[in-house]
Ligand binder design. Sequence first.
Ligand code: ADP
Ligand code: ADP
Length: 226
Amino acid sequence: MARIKLEGLKKTYAGGVQAVKGIDLEVADGEFVVLVGPSGCGKSTLLRMVAGLETISEGRLEIGDRVVNDLEPAERDIAMVFQNYALYPHMTVFDNLAYGLKNRGFKRDEIERRVQEAARMLEIEEFLPRKPRKLSGGQRQRVAMGRALVREPAAFLFDEPLSNLDAKLRVQMRVEIKQLQRRLKTTSLYVTHDQLEAMTLGDRLVVLNGGRIEQVGTPMEIYARP
Ligand code: ADP
Ligand code: ADP
């Protein structure tokens, strides 16, 4: 099932920086876990190791029932939502959503079905024929989420997806991600340095410091402490 399990995960960069110093963590099926902590604490490195964008120096990583340490990103059955919109400006919203599926050789009607379904869930159906530049920031962000959604991955990884948005939009998108999470019950690992974002979104928070886990708990357990 969709579950992410990290055992003794470590990362030492060439040059000797120990960015991640031994992380044990399990994200349960359907759980939304937020990695939070100050800049440089290793959040991004950890997420990128899960995504397969960074090699793992030591430890074991499972997604679903598979050890994926040596698998390419595309083989890991995960989708990543990035900070920038990462949309193709010259393509319509439909084609932006369909692009990755086309590349993977999905059949036309399956692509159509998945794109329509993602668009319905994100309430962006009316934008499907439009180009991204005709959309507002929030609408573009939803399309970016749609690109991950159409892949129907076992788990979603979020790398500070809201940090480039203005304050108002950030709040709005936070609510939307929360609603989406309630509806879809996706297994998610979400990175942010924003405590409010972490509290709003996370079923469970993992506070990192200096490449190690400092605290793990529900938002209440972590922030309601004296
Ligand atoms: P965060 O996402 O919490 O800001 P990072 O994972 O980006 O933290 O960085 C953790 C540590 O690893 C920092 O000391 C950072 O300077 C270092 N680091 C990040 N990326 C690289 C890299 N490609 N090469 C060497 N050191 C890096
Ligand atoms: P799309 O985002 O439209 O689905 P692709 O999935 O084809 O596009 O990915 C484009 C590039 O990103 C490829 O080089 C692929 O290896 C890489 N990639 C695939 N899956 C992921 C992922 N989950 N996280 C990060 N990069 C990925």
